[in-house]
Design a protein around this ligand. Sequence first.
Ligand SMILES: [Zn+2]
Length: 153
Amino acid sequence: MPVGLKHLIQCRCILPTMKNRDNAPLHKFKVFSIQDKNQIIEKLVTCNNCGIVHRVHEVCKSEILHNVEGTKSSVTIEDISLMLPETVLSVLNSYEKELPDFEHVKFMIDENKVGDFITLSQEFNDGRKTGKVLKYKGNSRFEIEPFSRSEVL
Ligand SMILES: [Zn+2]
């Protein structure tokens, strides 16, 4: 059974807001991958800051590909949107979710991952984490559910 996971990969660029700092950290961004039989299915993703293309071949590991144009070789939110039901699409857009969440939602529908969810919004207050998730109910149906739980730090 394939599973979907989100992980961070590191680019060679630095966010504009960090540029003036000494030892500014290299930019990291979230990607969605499908893992099957303990192996990540290789894919190309475009850095959301500098636009360079990465070949993602392991969890948290990627290799930069030069001379590859991102818009032609990696999936975009626009592409995924064409394949999602209107209702869930408007939820994703109204919560300003990013590409990995769009991909995860498509994966839940494709693989019928009932019970899988993405986080729509969350906040931390007095040791509690509260927010809302978008949970898959099967048959291309989703529900928004609030949650609240204490976080042990
Ligand atoms: Zn970059």
